[in-house]
Design a protein around this ligand. Structure first.
Ligand SMILES: Cc1cc2nc3c(=O)[nH]c(=O)nc-3n(C[C@H](O)[C@H](O)[C@H](O)COP(=O)(O)OP(=O)(O)OC[C@H]3O[C@@H](n4cnc5c(N)ncnc54)[C@H](O)[C@@H]3O)c2cc1C
Length: 303
């Protein structure tokens, strides 16, 4: 056992540390090589301890939520992948029309709690397969709404181990972006400001949106959702289709036949195949329409 692994293990009381953990187990693309260290933390103290250790040992680290917007290279990640364990996944009422959720909670679970409490406003996010932490960082959105519309306070941990609670306005939430990763902050908890509604209507809306997703999105294949951001004035999927790329493949990586905005893993795709397909789509769309597609999916590790 390396010295670093020893000190890392000591920093975890209730959490868990794995070595050479395949990232294919932790991403919705189902690809990605081994992370040197994979730490599941269960308390804020453990998390702060690991960040401090990574600082002292100059060890790179990266926080992963549900891995639903992430492509990890086949060579894996040299450093520590940090993920938030079940103690970070609670959802509770915080005032009549507010819910507070741990950063590790899935949006679907927060949406279920809202439904149960007859709170409306988060229906749009009920089918986004990410955690609260990942969704805040990405300012995830769908059907004309985004997290910024319902986000109140956010609790964050900085690299020094200090906790701060800030309003969403301080996070510079933009289209699928925030300033959280650049400031090397970890989301601990978020508050959602909702409104009283009818349980039947909220449930109906969630079901309607879920049916739309099933009809339009290739949910039968591993993917990371929309591969590219929506370019201003265009739709990425339409540009890709117009460039003749529906169904275009590199190995088992494919521009979805069902929805050109999605790149899917038909089973045996490698991260290298997927990344090559992303770049080829960008090149051909630019050639065809002059529009530069920007990746929404984040690339991590060694390819
Ligand atoms: C089938 C499918 C459909 C999708 N539909 C949508 C959609 O409609 N709208 C949409 O916006 N997205 C969609 N996505 C993409 C994805 O689900 C969202 O971007 C989601 O918010 C990512 O959350 P995550 O927990 O999986 O984050 P990850 O992919 O694990 O990470 C994303 C980023 O957040 C950071 N991060 C994660 N947790 C924390 C934390 N606690 N603190 C600090 N940083 C953190 C990571 O470092 C990374 O930079 C879809 C994906 C799939 C597979």
């Amino acid at each position: 056992m390396s010295n670093f692994q020893q000190v890392l293990s000591q920093a975890l009381m209730s959490g868990q540390i794995l070595t050479n953990e395949p990232m294919s187990r932790h991403t919705t693309f189902r690809v990605g090589g081994p992370a040197d260290y994979f730490a599941k933390v269960e308390t804020e103290a453990e998390l702060a301890g690991i960040l401090a250790l990574c600082g002292q040992w100059e060890m790179p680290y990266y926080v992963v939520g549900n891995g639903s917007n992430l492509l990890v290279g086949d060579g894996g990640y040299r450093g520590v992948i940090i993920t938030l364990g079940k103690n970070f996944s609670g959802v509770r009422k915080a005032g009549a029309e507010k819910l507070r959720a741990g950063a590790g909670a899935l949006l679907s679970v927060v949406a279920k709690a809202a439904l149960k409490g007859s709170l409306t406003g988060i229906e749009f996010a009920s089918g986004i397969p990410g955690t609260v932490g990942g969704a805040v960082v990405m300012n995830a959105g769908a059907y004309g709404s985004e997290l910024a519309d319902i986000l109140g306070l956010v609790r964050l941990l900085d690299q020094k181990g200090d906790v701060q609670e800030v309003s969403a306005a301080q996070l510079e939430l933009g289209y699928r972006s925030s300033n959280i990763s650049a400031r090397e902050l970890v989301v601990l908890e978020a508050e959602f400001c909702l409104e009283a509604g009818s349980e039947a209507q909220i449930g109906g809306q969630m079901e309607k949106l879920a049916a739309q997703r099933r009809a339009k999105q290739p949910l039968e294949y591993p993917s990371a959702g929309s591969t590219f951001k929506r370019p201003s004035g265009y739709f990425a999927g339409k540009l890709i289709e117009e460039a003749g790329l529906r169904g275009f493949c590199v190995g088992d990586a494919q521009v979805s036949e069902k929805h050109c905005g999605f790149v899917v893993n038909r089973g045996l795709a490698t991260a290298a195949d997927l990344r090559q397909l992303f770049y080829e789509v960008q090149r051909r769309v630019h050639e065809h329409s002059g529009v530069e597609l920007e990746l929404e999916v984040k690339l991590l590790g060694e390819f």
